[in-house]
Write a protein that binds this ligand. Sequence first.
Ligand SMILES: NC(=O)c1ccc[n+]([C@@H]2O[C@H](COP(=O)([O-])OP(=O)(O)OC[C@H]3O[C@@H](n4cnc5c(N)ncnc54)[C@H](OP(=O)(O)O)[C@@H]3O)[C@@H](O)[C@H]2O)c1
Length: 243
Amino acid sequence: MTTEGSDSGKIVLITGASRGIGFEAARALAAEGHTVVLSARDRVRGESAVDAIKAEHLPGGVHFLHLDVTDAASIDSAVAEVTEKFSKVDVLINNAAILRDHYVKASDVAPDTLDQTLATNVTAVHAMIGAFLPLLRASGQARVINLASGAGQLTGMFDKVWAPAYQISKAGVNAVTRIWATELQSDGIPVNSVCPGWCRTEMGGAEADRSAEEGTSGILWLASEAPADITGKFFRDQKELDW
Ligand SMILES: NC(=O)c1ccc[n+]([C@@H]2O[C@H](COP(=O)([O-])OP(=O)(O)OC[C@H]3O[C@@H](n4cnc5c(N)ncnc54)[C@H](OP(=O)(O)O)[C@@H]3O)[C@@H](O)[C@H]2O)c1
């Protein structure tokens, strides 16, 4: 991990941040003066994302962290590296996700596809919060933000089914949010879900109505301005959504 750059503001760790919404959130948080730990499972893409942000000479720092969220050993070494360099995490943004069943009917989704989707989109979110808990507790002002999706809203699922495994996984993320929000209430650590809206990324496609940058608005709000007593909720931008 490189350590150049200004280290003012919060220590913010983002998963899957070499592209898309994670990358734009990293950029915007560095622009706000925070120290961003930009993690990615692909070292080359992750380091080049860090270089791109550094080239903008933003007020915050940006540091690369190698992390595959589905790999327990990778999470362990990420915890060790962040402990050594920063001793705490103020904001954990669980952004990494996969979508493997676009426009597949539920009857055509193989159980393996669901397993893989749940491993990245749900189990890894749970694993990340658990593994980074000592570093979150060390912050004294920690926040956890989980990237969910309107696609995971149970209220809309009956007539809007377009990616069953992904949608099941995003409903699962919201359950992870509620469960951890309950446990971490006594630590004063808010845990919330956020939907970025439909954004133009590799996952969202070119037809989406928002840029990846616009999709970061709720993330940025939850990372700093949102009152710390808001926990266990689901937002798009600053508007609360139904489950
Ligand atoms: N785009 C939308 O319209 C939309 C709407 C609602 C919610 N969301 C949510 O917003 C978040 C970001 O979406 P996006 O559109 O930016 O997606 P994206 O462009 O597909 O980017 C996903 C990121 O996750 C990373 N990733 C996947 N598996 C990983 C793993 N095992 N370990 C570490 N990183 C991993 C990818 O890394 P690689 O480059 O290595 O594959 C990539 O950097 C996701 O949680 C998504 O579900 C997106």
